[in-house]
Ligand binder design. Sequence first.
Ligand code: PMP
Length: 315
Amino acid sequence: MKCSQGENFSEGQLQRFGNIELSPSAGILNYGQGLFEGLKAYRKHDGNILLFRPEENALRLRMGAERMCMPSPTVDQFVEAVRDTVLANEKWIPPPGKGSMYIRPLLMGSGAVLGLAPAPEYTFLIYVSPVGNYFKEGLAPINLVVETEMHRATPGGTGGVKTIGNYAPVLKAQSAAKAKGYSDVLYLDSVHKRYLEEVSSCNVFVVKGNVITTPAITGTILPGITRKSIIDVARSQGFQVEERMVTVDELLDADEVFCTGTAVVISPVGSITYVGKRVSYGSSGVGLVSQQLYSALTRLQMGLTEDTMDWILEL
Ligand code: PMP
């Protein structure tokens, strides 16, 4: 789908996956006008295809587009385009329990622009790829390191929207962490340098007794759709959930820590390293709360439990 600045997107069409042509002075290449989304389609046991809350991705894209001075497809256009793309590639959706289809919508400033300004034209496209279960055994604990020097977002910046530029600042910290054997990096806020933000591509939760706490959405972390869903699922299961500023001390003192995101759903954290000090959680690796919430959400996403929240779109 294409449109000019100040106009609405018109109907798009399906085309084979392949390279696309862009002007060397396209807005996305020079000034970072790019936003993306990520969601999954699951094959249900009766053969039908399930999408999980696609309108939430549409709304997040629209919010991001406003921040990035870009026009965006309507919620209906977004969901229709996702539906059409998934159905056209239906044969690539793995059988139930064997994985899912990852869907990547991408909105970009595709028009040519030389002086710093929003691009004159925009392109919205979607590509898909089958993906296996993130962890073969369902859940596997990860080891995180808290980054004290580099930050991924600052107040007033674009950390709260899913723009391509948010991923560049994490590459250096993430590569360094991986070279030392860590799975990923947990970032701190850039002002006080003591409140948790998020991991490179997932949100973080801290469990203490019956209370589950997660950093509040203040503009510097991505409002994850899995995060939002887990908060509701946890509350419905009797946990007390708090969204507020969370200190590193609370993290180190937790019973359990887990991360949430479309790719992993829930990723239990086995250990955290903070300024050289390593803290491990649980002896067997996967905490009971992480296990319980993972099971509740994945069963819902795969159509194995009743969709009482009205979160599933069945194609
Ligand atoms: N934070 C960041 C920076 C991410 O890239 C993602 C993945 N989209 C998330 C959090 C989790 O968001 P969601 O649950 O919507 O996938």
